[in-house]
Design a protein around this ligand. Sequence first.
Ligand code: SF4
Length: 287
Amino acid sequence: MSEEALEKAWSNHSILWKENVWVYPVISRRAGGISIGINLNPDKHCTFDCAYCQVERSVPGLSLKNDVIEIEKELDKIISAYEKNGLADFVSFQNVEAEKRMIKDICISGDGESTMSPIFPQVCAMMRRKQDELSQYPLQLTLITNATLLDRENVRKGLKILTEKRGEIWAKLDAGTENWYKKIDRSRIPLEKVEQNIEGAIRDFPLRIQTMLCQVQGEFPSDEEIQFYIQRLQKIYAICPQNFLGVQLYGVVRHTAIPDVLPLKKEFFQNVAEKIHAVLPVSVQIF
Ligand code: SF4
């Protein structure tokens, strides 16, 4: 196996696996192995319209009702395939060595904002049950979210279950100023509301911040923007330091929703990480 095969698997986040509609395996750099994704948005609905979104929106989504029983069946199929041969025959994982194909987590993440789904709590409960049934693997449960709906009662109900045992929320905070937020996340929901929701969630649940750093049509995050962003991190951290699990800075690796969304240099990421470290005792990972 080569580093090349691993790089290829990392950048290939196709969410198609056999006939499955909702559940798919990926090799995830952030999970450090195989992450089983649950896509609760085959319809591609989202409360954000990120400039860097990698979901193929020129092809319409499926109008399909999420069904927790069907989702569980799809998950079971992937687990059986994993137990048979470690998913070695899955085309996206070809030539990736076995130790990089260890199953690490089940993650709600897909083609839109998962917390929009009315069956979000039921899916969390099913995942939590699977985590116990598959106790031979120390599975983490993760929700990747843009945080816009974290204050909904239905969503909080799900989060309570999801985070009972090795469960984490990975919440998107891409900006410090409303200006950059409008440019990068292009949502009608104000940035202030996103921050409030993250603060409300971290009070009760373990949470990691995920931040996309990229150049958008010739503009990149200014020093002032980064300063405001770090101030927001400080406010969130102050709410509940023990629930603040860290920050993940990541960049674009695949095609994006609009043209001219480009990666930034490694030094840019390192510089932001140093600035965070200067004021917060938290882990900062760069992907
Ligand atoms: S939140 Fe995720 S799915 Fe929604 S537009 Fe942004 S990148 Fe795409």
